[in-house]
Structure formats: C-alpha cells, structure tokens
Write a protein that binds this ligand. Structure first.
Ligand code: FES
Length: 181
C-alpha cells in the first residue's frame, strides 16, 4: 500500500469511534478516498474496531460499492439487463470499453475509468442505460459514448471557448439521449 494512501487512512480512522457500527461508514470513507479498499487498510480497521479481519472482508466483499482492487476515478456501469440488452446494451458496452481503453480487469491504464456490466439499473423504460458515477444516461447510442465520456476525461488547457469540455453533471443526475446539453 503506497505511503500516500497510508497517510490518508490514519486521519480518516481517527474520525470514528471504535464501535463495530462504524465498520461500513469507515469502509465507505476509505473507498471514497482510495477508490478501493487496500489490504493494509482493512487490517487497520479490524484492529481499530477489534473485530476479526474475516468479518471486515465479509462486509468488504458483500457490497458492490466496495472493491478490493484499485478502481478508476470514474465508475462506468453499462446495463446488460434484458431491456437494455435488446436495445443495444452490448454494443454500448463494447464501445465504452474501446473508448476508455480498459484492460481485461475493466480499468484503464491511466486509472481514469473502471467499466463494468451490470444487470438492471432499475430504469428499464430508459433503455439502453449507462451510469457514470452518480449520473444516469438514458437511451444511450453507441455513437454518443465518446462524447458522453469526454467530460470525465482529464481537462487539457483550453485554447478557446469552443474547446472547453462540458462540466461533469451534478450528483444523481438523469441525462436523456446520451446527450448532455
Ligand atoms: S434492464 Fe437496463 S435498466 Fe433495467
């Protein structure tokens, strides 16, 4: 575990009491800070809360929001549930994998994106659906994927107003047509 991550974990742990009820909130904070749950961090959580390490792992592997492997800065979920699949979800997924350049494990070399296929995001009427972090994109066409991801890429210095990248949408947003005006 890199020293920089370790340096972030210790102050974070100090913010919580040593009660077992804090297990999930602590893991959420570590996940948000490091984009995954490093093994050493899980050991420290177990020590702090005085719970078996196996219990910590059980929680860490039960919830999809946690990852034991490093994740990209942005989590891209492409729905392959029935409604999305019949409306081209697979093509959207393949285009997303190409555009982000993710490896077999689903994460891009620049750690900007992690792409995963999911089963039903709960809004089948908007199929095909894709979610990036907390923003849900409805009626996504594979030809729109590149533009849709542009706002999540690192910004280059803009040389003109026209070249400026659109801002990342606010949290828990629904965007129709894979377009964000
Ligand atoms: S099948 Fe994709 S949102 Fe339900």
């Amino acid at each position: 575990m890199p020293q920089s991550e370790l340096g972030q974990i210790e102050p974070l742990l100090q913010e919580f009491d040593n009660t077992r009820a804090n297990l999930i909130p602590i893991l959420q904070q570590i996940q948000a800070t490091c984009s995954y749950l490093p093994q050493e961090a899980l050991r420290r959580v177990a020590r702090k809360l005085q719970v078996p390490l196996s219990d910590v792992y059980q929680v860490a592997t039960f919830y999809r929001c946690f990852s034991l492997k490093p994740r990209g800065k942005h989590l891209v979920q492409v729905c392959l549930g029935t409604a999305c699949h019949v409306r081209g979800g697979q093509k959207v997924l393949e285009r997303t994998q190409v555009e982000t350049g993710v490896d077999a494990a689903g994460t891009s070399a620049d750690m900007q994106f992690t792409v995963e296929a999911v089963r039903c995001l709960g809004c089948c009427g908007l199929a095909p659906v894709m979610r990036v972090d907390k923003t849900t994109f409805a009626h996504v066409e594979q030809t729109k994927v590149r533009g849709l991801l542009t706002r999540y890429r690192p910004r280059k210095p803009a040389t003109s107003e026209a070249e400026k990248t659109p801002a990342v949408p606010a949290e828990s947003t629904l965007v129709h047509g894979g377009d964000h005006a």
